[in-house]
Design a protein around this ligand. Structure first.
Ligand code: HEM
Length: 536
């Protein structure tokens, strides 16, 4: 048999080879494009990728285009359509553009769209797949119900001193830097890499709150926790390839046992959580942090206070956590709360540096609050600051740290017709997207969307915001569980910063702002600001 093939090959002419090569190329082309009529068959407006296999998002994966720009470009192409299709490699994605339809997917018919899609294997990455973000169906429901009491007002209030200590530590560090500068005979403001500053702060907060570990990453920049956290959350080239492999051919990636998380960092956090739990149990230590609440949840003892949050009964879970579950949740709190919080802070500082009027108004509010509290902000005082709240909301609108969220359909569903789209059949396994960044910049939803204007979120104006057009923390029952915690952290950090310093633009940061290419919400040239100590 083989001899026959060899004989045929040896007799093949150049024309035969050309024919074979053309056939192969045609086959490949058809394989790479046959799904591209997917949306046409479903009656959904869409964009057709220019090249086989590559879809519409390749540029972001290759680091050739900023992800927010790409999402906005796709969104604009879909103008006039409530649902618009595009391709992530060969995978069709339904971009839900119409806020009324976003409501259907994220709230009204949430049961059909409860899950995110999988980007890791349960076997290779148990810590990553067992966390709240990646859990699915009933297991997600149980975990969410179990964890929710850890994020109620009273629990977050109890963590206030831990967060406050970290933000005060950062302000103190900046003053020390300033003094050192003067001692060295250098005049002029502190030139600060804000991303580095806020990343260390976010690290210290999550270390103390989620893992029970005290760090001062400003003073001790090489501490192990910070180093491991960076290793865990940095998307190296190899990790991007693995991530893409899970998006393009999840079954193959799973069969190959590809790991998304660094093994060394996973082991570090696993050992840390297990040993801290053991120590607390042996010594009877109690600390008002998330780890303690997770330990209580493990014993089935975590409940919301009776008078708290109107959803108290929803919290009554029978589900108990294992030690591995605790590690998985602590790790996701780190993962989800480290980069997002530092990004939110960087963009807010950037916006304030470019809008001195808004900064001055905020400083006045901060000064008044400081006077009232004798320089020791309380939880209630921070929560009562309306302009601070508006500034942060507006920064999160213009620069949402999470650019888009997905929802995977788990049961065939017909999306009802709307003013902007006919009814759409969405099948089990199909992926929908809420394009957060693009919604926040749509001129049909926001007046002058590229203008930084905290007044949009004032008591007088906020009722004008179209429901489901603003979603920095996601939407519906699956929205960010750490929202209140994150907002408190961002508020405390900003209050400490503007109480002590004027934030000025730095020549190192380009203006107008351009996003860095790739997936991270970064800006070209980095986040640099000049800080000038205030004399209040
Ligand atoms: C400014 C900071 C933050 C932003 C902008 C943010 C944003 C988001 C978004 C957009 C989602 C997806 C929601 C959806 O699919 O609808 C999410 C989920 C999540 N976030 Fe955050 N987040 C922030 C901080 C935090 C912090 C500090 C924590 C933990 C302490 C946290 C924990 C989580 C978790 C566990 C989930 C998954 C929830 C679930 O699937 O049930 N996040 N976040």
């Amino acid at each position: 048999m083989l001899e026959g093939v060899y004989a045929a090959l040896s007799r093949a002419t150049a024309a035969d080879w050309l024919l074979l090569a053309s056939g192969l190329l045609l086959g490949l082309y058809l394989l790479g494009t046959w799904r591209y009529d997917f949306f046409k068959r479903r009656g959904v407006a869409s964009t057709i990728p220019k090249a086989p296999f590559l879809g519409n998002t390749l540029k972001a994966f290759l680091g050739l285009s900023p992800f927010p720009d790409l999402v906005q470009d796709l969104y604009r192409q879909g103008k006039g359509h409530g649902v618009f299709g595009f391709f992530e490699f060969r995978r069709p994605i339904f971009m839900i553009r119409d806020p009324d339809l976003i409501k259907v997917v994220t709230v009204k018919d949430f049961d059909h769209f409860m899950n995110h899609r999988s980007v890791a294997s349960e076997k290779a990455d148990p810590i990553f797949t067992q966390n709240l973000f990646n859990l699915k169906d009933q297991r997600w429901k149980d975990m969410r119900t179990t964890l929710s009491p850890a994020f109620t007002t009273s629990k977050i209030k109890a963590m206030f001193p831990l967060i406050s200590a970290c933000t005060a530590q950062t302000a103190k560090h900046l003053h020390e830097e300033q003094e050192a500068l003067i001692k060295r005979g250098k005049k002029g403001p502190l030139e600060v890499d804000m991303k580095d500053l806020f990343t260390r702060l976010a690290n210290d907060v999550i270390a103390t709150v989620a893992f029970g570990v005290g760090c001062d990453s400003q003073k001790d920049p090489k501490n192990e926790f910070y180093f491991m956290g960076k290793e865990m959350t940095t998307f190296t080239f190899l990790r991007t390839i693995i991530f893409v492999a899970y998006l393009v051919m999840p079954k193959v990636a799973e069969a190959l046992g590809l790991r998304v998380l660094s093994e060394r960092a996973t082991n570090y956090f696993d050992t840390l959580v297990h040993s801290t739990i053991k120590e607390r149990q042996q010594k009877g230590i109690f600390r008002p942090d998330m780890l303690q609440l997770l330990m209580q949840a493990r014993e089935g003892q975590l409940k919301a206070e009776a008078n708290e949050e109107h959803e108290t009964e929803k919290f009554d879970s029978k589900f108990k956590l294992s030690n591995n579950d605790i590690t998985a949740q602590a790790v996701i709190f780190f993962f989800a709360g480290f980069e997002t919080v530092s990004t939110a802070l960087c963009f807010t500082a950037y916006a304030l540096s470019r809008h001195p009027d808004a900064q001055l108004r905020l400083q006045k509010e901060v000064d008044a609050m400081m006077k009232e509290t004798g320089g020791k902000p309380t939880y209630e005082a921070i929560q009562g600051m309306k302009y601070l709240d508006a500034v942060i909301n507006e920064a999160l609108r213009m620069y949402p740290p999470v650019v888009a969220v997905d929802r995977m359909c788990r049961e065939d569903f017909v999306l009802p017709p709307s003013d902007t789209s006919p009814s759409v059949h969405i099948r089990n396994g199909d992926i929908t997207w809420v394009p957060i960044y693009a919604l926040h910049h749509d001129p049909e939803l926001w007046e002058e969307p590229d203008k930084f204007d905290p007044e949009r979120f004032s008591d007088e104006n906020k009722h004008r915001i179209k429901p489901f057009s603003y979603a920095p923390f996601g939407l519906g029952p699956r929205l960010c569980i750490g929202q209140r915690f994150a907002l408190l952290e961002v508020k405390l950090a900003l209050v400490n910063l503007v109480a002590n310093f004027d934030i000025r633009p730095s020549p190192k940061t380009k203006h107008p702002l351009q996003f860095e290419k790739g997936f991270n919400m970064m800006i070209r040239g980095g986040f640099w600001n000049q800080l000038i100590p205030r004399n209040v």
